[in-house]
Design a binder for this molecule. Structure first.
Ligand SMILES: [Zn+2]
Length: 157
């Protein structure tokens, strides 16, 4: 590694540890010439995941895009950013496990919906209204009614 301070090419590693998510190794290095320290990160090269869109086109899986959908759905709801990140990671892992590493956009929507449903009804319905292709309005209303009913029940108790 070239020292960012003086450009010298030799250093020694003074500390190595996994990052919090264990997706990278962080190394502290010390330049053998100027003695200054710097940090490098080592990542596993990830095989990209492909998403098949409704019209059949494929595009690389975009975690940020998935997260922004969740953030919108969870606006002003008691779902923390940490929880949303957790869902994103779970969904990503589920896709990575698939042998062809391809997934339809609607399947991603379903996976996220499943998780949101357990956390927050309102966020779930908001998300579902965008991602699920409800066969008809009736099906969507049924879903809503069920949730509203549950909400009412909660209030009574
Ligand atoms: Zn140096």
């Amino acid at each position: 590694m070239r020292c960012p301070h003086c450009g010298y090419r030799e250093d020694k590693v003074v500390d190595s540890r996994a990052t919090q998510e264990e997706s990278a190794i962080r190394r502290r290095r010390e330049c053998l010439k100027c003695g200054k320290r710097f940090t490098t990160y080592e990542y596993v090269e990830e095989v990209s995941l492909m998403v098949i869109k409704k019209d059949g086109r494929r595009e690389p899986f975009d975690r940020k895009k998935m997260l922004s959908g969740m953030i919108k759905a969870c606006e002003k709801r008691p779902v923390s950013m940490e929880k949303m990140e957790e869902i994103a990671t779970q969904v990503e892992r589920a896709i990575q496990k698939k042998s062809d590493r391809e997934v339809s956009a609607s399947k991603i929507g379903e996976l996220v919906m499943e998780k949101l449903k357990q956390l927050d009804d309102v966020a779930y319905v908001r998300f579902a209204s965008v991602y699920r292709q409800f066969k008809d309005v009736g099906q969507f209303m049924e879903e809503l009614k069920g949730i509203l009913h549950r909400e009412k029940f909660k209030v009574k108790k």
